[in-house]
Design a protein around this ligand. Structure first.
Ligand SMILES: C[S@@+](CC[C@H](N)C(=O)[O-])C[C@H]1O[C@@H](n2cnc3c(N)ncnc32)[C@H](O)[C@@H]1O
Length: 435
Protein backbone atom coordinates (compact mmCIF):
# COMPACT_ATOMS: atom_id res chain seq x y z
CA UNK A 1 0.00 0.00 0.00
CA UNK A 2 1.36 3.44 -0.94
CA UNK A 3 -0.06 6.76 0.13
CA UNK A 4 0.97 10.11 -1.30
CA UNK A 5 0.49 13.31 0.65
CA UNK A 6 -1.25 15.80 -1.61
CA UNK A 7 0.46 18.70 0.11
CA UNK A 8 4.08 17.66 -0.10
CA UNK A 9 4.10 14.50 -2.22
CA UNK A 10 5.56 12.51 0.70
CA UNK A 11 5.07 8.82 0.11
CA UNK A 12 3.93 6.55 2.87
CA UNK A 13 4.87 3.01 2.15
CA UNK A 14 4.61 -0.08 4.24
CA UNK A 15 0.88 -0.27 4.33
CA UNK A 16 -0.21 0.20 7.86
CA UNK A 17 1.97 2.60 9.75
CA UNK A 18 1.65 6.33 10.12
CA UNK A 19 4.87 8.38 10.23
CA UNK A 20 4.78 8.43 14.04
CA UNK A 21 4.84 4.62 14.10
CA UNK A 22 1.25 4.13 15.24
CA UNK A 23 -0.65 1.36 13.50
CA UNK A 24 -3.65 2.18 11.40
CA UNK A 25 -6.32 -0.46 11.75
CA UNK A 26 -8.44 0.20 8.75
CA UNK A 27 -7.92 1.33 5.16
CA UNK A 28 -10.44 2.18 2.56
CA UNK A 29 -8.55 2.01 -0.71
CA UNK A 30 -9.87 4.03 -3.61
CA UNK A 31 -10.78 2.37 -6.90
CA UNK A 32 -7.16 2.35 -8.17
CA UNK A 33 -6.10 0.43 -5.09
CA UNK A 34 -4.33 3.38 -3.42
CA UNK A 35 -5.38 5.13 -0.25
CA UNK A 36 -5.89 8.67 -1.37
CA UNK A 37 -4.99 11.21 1.25
CA UNK A 38 -8.22 13.10 0.74
CA UNK A 39 -10.11 9.98 1.82
CA UNK A 40 -7.68 8.95 4.52
CA UNK A 41 -9.18 11.07 7.31
CA UNK A 42 -12.56 9.46 6.95
CA UNK A 43 -11.35 6.00 6.14
CA UNK A 44 -8.92 5.19 8.91
CA UNK A 45 -8.69 5.07 12.62
CA UNK A 46 -5.72 4.40 14.85
CA UNK A 47 -5.52 1.54 17.29
CA UNK A 48 -5.63 3.99 20.18
CA UNK A 49 -8.93 5.33 18.83
CA UNK A 50 -7.65 8.82 18.02
CA UNK A 51 -8.52 10.71 14.86
CA UNK A 52 -5.86 10.26 12.22
CA UNK A 53 -6.27 13.57 10.44
CA UNK A 54 -4.43 15.76 12.84
CA UNK A 55 -1.23 13.63 12.77
CA UNK A 56 -1.47 13.75 9.01
CA UNK A 57 -1.61 17.52 8.98
CA UNK A 58 1.27 17.66 11.43
CA UNK A 59 3.29 15.40 9.21
CA UNK A 60 2.88 17.88 6.35
CA UNK A 61 3.97 20.82 8.49
CA UNK A 62 6.95 18.85 9.79
CA UNK A 63 8.29 18.64 6.27
CA UNK A 64 9.11 22.34 6.58
CA UNK A 65 7.89 22.97 3.07
CA UNK A 66 5.79 25.87 4.28
CA UNK A 67 2.49 24.24 3.43
CA UNK A 68 -0.59 24.14 5.59
CA UNK A 69 -3.32 21.55 5.25
CA UNK A 70 -6.81 21.33 6.66
CA UNK A 71 -9.82 19.10 6.41
CA UNK A 72 -12.88 20.72 4.81
CA UNK A 73 -15.91 19.42 2.94
CA UNK A 74 -14.66 15.87 3.08
CA UNK A 75 -11.22 16.64 1.64
CA UNK A 76 -7.79 17.51 2.84
CA UNK A 77 -6.96 20.87 1.28
CA UNK A 78 -3.60 22.50 1.26
CA UNK A 79 -2.08 25.86 0.43
CA UNK A 80 1.28 27.54 0.53
CA UNK A 81 2.04 29.26 3.85
CA UNK A 82 3.21 32.85 3.53
CA UNK A 83 4.56 35.07 6.26
CA UNK A 84 6.62 38.15 5.52
CA UNK A 85 7.05 38.51 9.28
CA UNK A 86 8.71 35.10 9.65
CA UNK A 87 5.82 33.31 11.44
CA UNK A 88 6.05 29.53 11.33
CA UNK A 89 3.07 27.70 9.83
CA UNK A 90 0.73 26.09 12.37
CA UNK A 91 1.01 22.32 12.48
CA UNK A 92 -2.73 21.89 12.54
CA UNK A 93 -5.47 24.01 11.01
CA UNK A 94 -9.20 23.97 11.78
CA UNK A 95 -11.83 25.72 9.70
CA UNK A 96 -13.99 28.38 11.40
CA UNK A 97 -17.37 29.01 9.82
CA UNK A 98 -18.81 30.91 12.77
CA UNK A 99 -16.99 33.10 15.30
CA UNK A 100 -16.04 31.10 18.39
CA UNK A 101 -16.03 32.62 21.89
CA UNK A 102 -12.85 34.63 22.44
CA UNK A 103 -11.62 32.35 25.24
CA UNK A 104 -11.98 29.26 23.09
CA UNK A 105 -10.15 30.90 20.17
CA UNK A 106 -7.34 31.94 22.52
CA UNK A 107 -7.08 28.45 23.95
CA UNK A 108 -6.89 26.85 20.51
CA UNK A 109 -4.35 29.43 19.35
CA UNK A 110 -2.20 28.89 22.44
CA UNK A 111 -2.22 25.14 21.64
CA UNK A 112 -0.79 26.00 18.21
CA UNK A 113 -3.98 25.32 16.25
CA UNK A 114 -4.45 27.64 13.28
CA UNK A 115 -8.03 28.80 12.62
CA UNK A 116 -8.87 29.34 8.99
CA UNK A 117 -11.63 31.92 8.78
CA UNK A 118 -14.52 31.22 6.40
CA UNK A 119 -17.06 33.81 7.62
CA UNK A 120 -17.62 37.56 7.38
CA UNK A 121 -14.28 39.44 7.24
CA UNK A 122 -15.19 42.22 9.75
CA UNK A 123 -16.15 39.50 12.27
CA UNK A 124 -12.63 38.09 11.95
CA UNK A 125 -11.21 41.53 12.73
CA UNK A 126 -13.50 41.80 15.73
CA UNK A 127 -12.42 38.41 17.04
CA UNK A 128 -8.76 39.32 16.59
CA UNK A 129 -9.27 42.58 18.42
CA UNK A 130 -11.05 40.91 21.34
CA UNK A 131 -8.35 38.21 21.53
CA UNK A 132 -5.78 40.97 21.62
CA UNK A 133 -7.57 42.90 24.40
CA UNK A 134 -8.00 39.72 26.42
CA UNK A 135 -4.26 39.01 26.15
CA UNK A 136 -3.49 42.55 27.29
CA UNK A 137 -5.48 41.96 30.44
CA UNK A 138 -3.52 38.86 31.41
CA UNK A 139 -0.08 40.30 32.01
CA UNK A 140 2.42 38.52 34.22
CA UNK A 141 3.76 40.21 37.34
CA UNK A 142 6.64 42.43 36.11
CA UNK A 143 10.11 41.16 36.96
CA UNK A 144 12.01 43.23 39.51
CA UNK A 145 15.16 44.17 37.67
CA UNK A 146 15.11 46.21 34.47
CA UNK A 147 16.91 43.79 32.14
CA UNK A 148 14.72 40.88 33.28
CA UNK A 149 11.68 43.06 32.75
CA UNK A 150 12.83 43.81 29.20
CA UNK A 151 13.37 40.12 28.36
CA UNK A 152 10.04 39.27 29.94
CA UNK A 153 8.44 41.96 27.77
CA UNK A 154 10.11 40.56 24.63
CA UNK A 155 8.99 37.03 25.48
CA UNK A 156 5.46 38.33 26.02
CA UNK A 157 5.49 40.09 22.62
CA UNK A 158 6.74 36.92 20.92
CA UNK A 159 4.00 34.82 22.51
CA UNK A 160 1.40 37.39 21.66
CA UNK A 161 2.52 37.45 18.00
CA UNK A 162 2.44 33.65 17.87
CA UNK A 163 -1.02 33.33 19.43
CA UNK A 164 -2.65 36.19 17.50
CA UNK A 165 -1.01 34.89 14.32
CA UNK A 166 -3.18 31.73 14.50
CA UNK A 167 -6.25 33.37 13.00
CA UNK A 168 -5.82 32.71 9.28
CA UNK A 169 -7.29 33.74 5.95
CA UNK A 170 -6.82 32.28 2.51
CA UNK A 171 -5.44 34.43 -0.29
CA UNK A 172 -6.68 33.38 -3.67
CA UNK A 173 -5.74 34.52 -7.15
CA UNK A 174 -5.55 38.28 -7.46
CA UNK A 175 -4.37 38.22 -4.67
CA UNK A 176 -7.85 38.42 -3.15
CA UNK A 177 -9.60 37.37 0.04
CA UNK A 178 -12.79 35.63 -0.97
CA UNK A 179 -14.85 36.36 2.15
CA UNK A 180 -17.96 38.51 2.63
CA UNK A 181 -17.08 42.21 3.13
CA UNK A 182 -13.34 41.61 2.70
CA UNK A 183 -11.27 44.65 1.67
CA UNK A 184 -9.45 44.88 -1.63
CA UNK A 185 -5.99 43.52 -0.80
CA UNK A 186 -4.58 43.34 -4.31
CA UNK A 187 -2.11 46.22 -4.27
CA UNK A 188 -0.99 45.70 -0.66
CA UNK A 189 -0.49 41.94 -0.95
CA UNK A 190 1.06 42.23 -4.40
CA UNK A 191 3.74 44.53 -2.88
CA UNK A 192 4.59 42.14 -0.07
CA UNK A 193 3.83 38.61 -1.27
CA UNK A 194 4.27 39.05 -5.01
CA UNK A 195 2.02 37.43 -7.58
CA UNK A 196 -0.27 34.73 -6.27
CA UNK A 197 -0.27 31.63 -8.39
CA UNK A 198 -1.91 29.00 -6.18
CA UNK A 199 -3.82 29.46 -2.94
CA UNK A 200 -1.93 30.82 0.04
CA UNK A 201 -2.72 31.08 3.68
CA UNK A 202 -1.62 34.08 5.72
CA UNK A 203 -2.20 35.24 9.27
CA UNK A 204 -5.00 37.79 9.50
CA UNK A 205 -2.93 39.92 11.87
CA UNK A 206 -0.09 40.06 9.37
CA UNK A 207 -2.52 40.83 6.55
CA UNK A 208 -3.90 43.80 8.51
CA UNK A 209 -0.30 45.00 9.03
CA UNK A 210 0.35 44.64 5.30
CA UNK A 211 -2.76 46.73 4.56
CA UNK A 212 -1.79 49.52 6.92
CA UNK A 213 1.81 49.49 5.63
CA UNK A 214 0.38 49.90 2.15
CA UNK A 215 -1.49 53.04 3.26
CA UNK A 216 1.74 54.45 4.74
CA UNK A 217 3.62 53.62 1.59
CA UNK A 218 0.97 55.30 -0.55
CA UNK A 219 0.46 58.42 1.60
CA UNK A 220 3.90 58.79 3.15
CA UNK A 221 4.89 60.26 6.53
CA UNK A 222 5.60 63.98 6.85
CA UNK A 223 9.20 64.66 7.85
CA UNK A 224 9.37 68.35 8.83
CA UNK A 225 13.21 68.47 8.77
CA UNK A 226 13.05 67.38 5.14
CA UNK A 227 10.05 69.48 4.18
CA UNK A 228 8.78 66.39 2.36
CA UNK A 229 7.14 63.03 2.89
CA UNK A 230 8.94 59.71 3.23
CA UNK A 231 7.17 56.58 1.99
CA UNK A 232 8.06 53.53 4.12
CA UNK A 233 7.71 50.07 2.62
CA UNK A 234 6.47 47.06 4.60
CA UNK A 235 9.14 45.86 7.02
CA UNK A 236 11.30 49.00 6.81
CA UNK A 237 11.91 51.21 9.86
CA UNK A 238 9.55 54.20 9.51
CA UNK A 239 10.73 57.68 10.59
CA UNK A 240 7.71 58.29 12.82
CA UNK A 241 9.93 59.70 15.56
CA UNK A 242 11.10 63.04 14.30
CA UNK A 243 13.52 63.95 17.06
CA UNK A 244 16.42 61.85 15.77
CA UNK A 245 15.92 63.18 12.25
CA UNK A 246 15.94 66.75 13.66
CA UNK A 247 19.32 66.04 15.33
CA UNK A 248 20.85 65.09 11.97
CA UNK A 249 19.25 68.14 10.35
CA UNK A 250 20.58 70.48 13.07
CA UNK A 251 24.13 69.25 13.82
CA UNK A 252 26.82 71.59 12.57
CA UNK A 253 28.36 70.36 9.35
CA UNK A 254 31.73 71.45 7.97
CA UNK A 255 32.65 71.26 4.29
CA UNK A 256 31.62 67.75 3.27
CA UNK A 257 32.06 66.36 -0.22
CA UNK A 258 30.96 62.80 0.47
CA UNK A 259 28.80 61.37 3.24
CA UNK A 260 27.80 57.79 4.05
CA UNK A 261 24.51 56.83 5.69
CA UNK A 262 24.92 53.35 7.19
CA UNK A 263 21.70 51.37 7.74
CA UNK A 264 19.63 53.83 5.73
CA UNK A 265 16.19 52.18 6.12
CA UNK A 266 13.76 54.44 4.23
CA UNK A 267 16.69 56.68 3.19
CA UNK A 268 15.44 59.50 5.40
CA UNK A 269 18.83 60.54 6.85
CA UNK A 270 20.55 60.29 3.45
CA UNK A 271 17.85 62.60 2.09
CA UNK A 272 18.33 65.07 4.98
CA UNK A 273 22.10 65.13 4.27
CA UNK A 274 21.48 65.74 0.56
CA UNK A 275 18.95 68.46 1.43
CA UNK A 276 21.67 70.11 3.53
CA UNK A 277 23.74 70.50 0.39
CA UNK A 278 26.12 67.53 0.60
CA UNK A 279 26.80 66.80 -3.07
CA UNK A 280 27.32 63.00 -2.78
CA UNK A 281 25.72 60.63 -0.29
CA UNK A 282 26.20 56.86 -0.36
CA UNK A 283 23.53 55.04 1.65
CA UNK A 284 23.74 51.34 2.54
CA UNK A 285 21.48 48.81 4.17
CA UNK A 286 21.81 45.08 4.70
CA UNK A 287 18.08 44.45 4.14
CA UNK A 288 16.95 44.23 0.51
CA UNK A 289 13.51 45.66 1.33
CA UNK A 290 15.18 48.73 2.89
CA UNK A 291 17.40 49.20 -0.18
CA UNK A 292 14.33 49.11 -2.47
CA UNK A 293 12.49 51.52 -0.18
CA UNK A 294 15.38 54.00 0.07
CA UNK A 295 15.77 53.96 -3.73
CA UNK A 296 12.06 54.63 -4.10
CA UNK A 297 12.25 57.63 -1.73
CA UNK A 298 15.38 59.03 -3.36
CA UNK A 299 13.61 58.84 -6.72
CA UNK A 300 10.43 60.47 -5.39
CA UNK A 301 12.52 63.31 -3.87
CA UNK A 302 14.39 63.83 -7.14
CA UNK A 303 17.75 63.21 -5.44
CA UNK A 304 18.94 60.42 -7.72
CA UNK A 305 21.90 62.50 -8.89
CA UNK A 306 23.23 62.99 -5.32
CA UNK A 307 22.22 59.88 -3.38
CA UNK A 308 23.36 56.35 -4.26
CA UNK A 309 21.76 53.44 -2.39
CA UNK A 310 23.60 50.11 -2.18
CA UNK A 311 23.07 46.85 -0.34
CA UNK A 312 26.00 46.27 2.00
CA UNK A 313 26.88 44.96 5.42
CA UNK A 314 27.82 48.30 7.04
CA UNK A 315 30.26 50.36 4.93
CA UNK A 316 30.52 50.91 1.18
CA UNK A 317 34.03 50.97 -0.32
CA UNK A 318 36.07 54.16 0.09
CA UNK A 319 36.12 56.98 2.63
CA UNK A 320 33.79 59.83 3.51
CA UNK A 321 34.06 63.19 5.30
CA UNK A 322 30.90 62.43 7.25
CA UNK A 323 29.49 59.01 8.22
CA UNK A 324 26.05 58.86 9.81
CA UNK A 325 24.54 55.79 11.45
CA UNK A 326 21.31 55.24 13.36
CA UNK A 327 21.62 51.56 14.38
CA UNK A 328 18.91 49.54 16.17
CA UNK A 329 18.94 50.84 19.74
CA UNK A 330 18.32 47.65 21.67
CA UNK A 331 20.58 44.66 22.01
CA UNK A 332 18.34 41.62 21.59
CA UNK A 333 17.69 38.86 19.10
CA UNK A 334 15.16 39.91 16.48
CA UNK A 335 12.27 37.44 16.47
CA UNK A 336 11.24 38.26 12.91
CA UNK A 337 12.82 39.92 9.89
CA UNK A 338 10.77 43.01 10.72
CA UNK A 339 12.34 43.22 14.18
CA UNK A 340 15.84 43.48 12.75
CA UNK A 341 15.57 47.26 12.35
CA UNK A 342 14.85 47.67 16.05
CA UNK A 343 16.82 44.89 17.73
CA UNK A 344 20.52 44.40 17.17
CA UNK A 345 21.61 40.78 17.80
CA UNK A 346 24.49 40.93 20.27
CA UNK A 347 24.95 44.63 19.44
CA UNK A 348 26.57 43.51 16.18
CA UNK A 349 25.73 46.56 14.08
CA UNK A 350 26.66 49.07 16.78
CA UNK A 351 30.03 47.48 17.52
CA UNK A 352 30.71 46.82 13.82
CA UNK A 353 30.10 50.47 13.08
CA UNK A 354 32.18 51.74 16.01
CA UNK A 355 35.09 49.38 15.26
CA UNK A 356 35.14 50.05 11.52
CA UNK A 357 34.24 53.68 11.13
CA UNK A 358 37.73 55.20 11.64
CA UNK A 359 38.99 53.23 8.61
CA UNK A 360 36.31 54.81 6.43
CA UNK A 361 36.76 58.45 7.47
CA UNK A 362 38.87 60.99 5.62
CA UNK A 363 41.62 62.71 7.66
CA UNK A 364 39.38 65.30 9.35
CA UNK A 365 36.22 63.28 8.88
CA UNK A 366 33.48 62.97 11.48
CA UNK A 367 31.11 60.15 12.41
CA UNK A 368 27.62 60.87 13.73
CA UNK A 369 26.20 58.01 15.75
CA UNK A 370 22.53 58.40 16.64
CA UNK A 371 21.73 56.40 19.77
CA UNK A 372 19.11 56.41 22.48
CA UNK A 373 20.11 55.64 26.06
CA UNK A 374 17.16 53.25 26.47
CA UNK A 375 19.55 50.26 26.46
CA UNK A 376 21.35 51.85 29.43
CA UNK A 377 18.09 52.56 31.25
CA UNK A 378 17.14 48.90 30.82
CA UNK A 379 20.55 47.74 32.11
CA UNK A 380 21.38 46.09 28.78
CA UNK A 381 24.53 48.22 28.42
CA UNK A 382 26.35 50.77 30.55
CA UNK A 383 27.58 54.20 29.52
CA UNK A 384 31.10 53.10 30.51
CA UNK A 385 30.90 50.16 28.08
CA UNK A 386 29.87 52.47 25.25
CA UNK A 387 32.67 54.94 25.96
CA UNK A 388 35.09 51.99 26.28
CA UNK A 389 34.03 50.76 22.80
CA UNK A 390 34.69 54.23 21.34
CA UNK A 391 38.08 54.33 23.01
CA UNK A 392 39.23 50.88 21.92
CA UNK A 393 38.15 51.65 18.34
CA UNK A 394 40.47 54.70 18.34
CA UNK A 395 37.61 57.21 18.42
CA UNK A 396 37.34 60.35 20.49
CA UNK A 397 34.10 62.10 21.37
CA UNK A 398 34.03 65.52 19.69
CA UNK A 399 30.64 66.50 21.04
CA UNK A 400 27.09 65.37 21.66
CA UNK A 401 23.63 66.72 20.94
CA UNK A 402 20.77 65.45 23.10
CA UNK A 403 17.05 65.54 22.71
CA UNK A 404 14.07 64.13 24.64
CA UNK A 405 11.67 61.98 22.60
CA UNK A 406 8.37 63.62 21.78
CA UNK A 407 6.39 60.58 20.63
CA UNK A 408 3.24 59.71 22.66
CA UNK A 409 4.69 56.51 24.18
CA UNK A 410 7.42 58.60 25.85
CA UNK A 411 4.71 60.33 27.90
CA UNK A 412 2.58 57.28 28.56
CA UNK A 413 2.77 55.72 32.00
CA UNK A 414 1.38 52.42 30.66
CA UNK A 415 3.35 49.29 29.86
CA UNK A 416 6.18 47.46 31.62
CA UNK A 417 8.89 49.62 29.99
CA UNK A 418 7.20 52.98 30.66
CA UNK A 419 9.76 53.77 33.41
CA UNK A 420 12.59 53.64 30.83
CA UNK A 421 10.68 55.43 28.07
CA UNK A 422 9.85 58.29 30.44
CA UNK A 423 13.56 58.94 31.10
CA UNK A 424 14.89 58.21 27.59
CA UNK A 425 17.21 60.61 25.80
CA UNK A 426 18.33 60.40 22.18
CA UNK A 427 21.84 61.58 21.35
CA UNK A 428 23.89 62.34 18.30
CA UNK A 429 27.47 61.44 19.21
CA UNK A 430 30.07 63.34 17.16
CA UNK A 431 33.08 61.04 16.88
CA UNK A 432 36.48 61.51 15.25
CA UNK A 433 39.51 59.27 14.77
CA UNK A 434 42.18 59.90 17.46
CA UNK A 435 45.28 61.49 16.02
C1 LIG B 1 16.99 51.80 13.32
S1 LIG B 1 16.97 51.47 11.61
C2 LIG B 1 17.43 53.09 11.00
C3 LIG B 1 16.91 53.39 9.64
C4 LIG B 1 17.17 54.82 9.15
N1 LIG B 1 18.57 55.15 9.08
C5 LIG B 1 16.49 55.82 10.03
O1 LIG B 1 17.20 56.51 10.78
O2 LIG B 1 15.26 55.91 10.01
C6 LIG B 1 18.44 50.51 11.41
C7 LIG B 1 18.69 50.05 9.99
O3 LIG B 1 19.96 49.39 9.95
C8 LIG B 1 19.88 48.30 9.05
N2 LIG B 1 20.98 47.37 9.37
C9 LIG B 1 21.04 46.46 10.37
N3 LIG B 1 22.23 45.82 10.33
C10 LIG B 1 22.93 46.35 9.29
C11 LIG B 1 24.23 46.11 8.75
N4 LIG B 1 25.04 45.21 9.29
N5 LIG B 1 24.61 46.83 7.66
C12 LIG B 1 23.78 47.75 7.10
N6 LIG B 1 22.54 47.99 7.59
C13 LIG B 1 22.13 47.33 8.67
C14 LIG B 1 18.49 47.76 9.25
O4 LIG B 1 18.06 47.00 8.14
C15 LIG B 1 17.69 49.07 9.43
O5 LIG B 1 17.19 49.54 8.20
Amino acid sequence: MVTACSACAWLWTGGCRQSDGRRVTHFEPSSDGRVSVSRYPRACSFEDGSSPWSPFVEHCADHGNETVSWYENGHVNSAEWRSAGGLRPPKRVDVLETPPPTDLALRRAAQGVGMLWRADFPDARRLLSSMSKRLDRTRAEPARDSAARFYQYRQGRRNRARVLGMLLVELGAGPAVDLPRAPDVRAACGEVYGDTVGPRVVSLRELLGVLSAHRWRRNGIAVPALGARIHPHYGVFPPTRNEYVDLVAAAEVAAVRTAFDIGTGTGVLAAVLARRGIPRVVATDIAPQAVACARDNVRRLGMGDRVIVAQADLFPPGRADLIVCNPPWLTASPSSPLDAAVFDRGGRMLSGFVRGVADHLTVRGEAWLVLSDIAELLDLRTRAQLLGEFDSAGLSVLGRLDVRPRHPRARSARGPLAFARAAEQVSLWRLGAKR
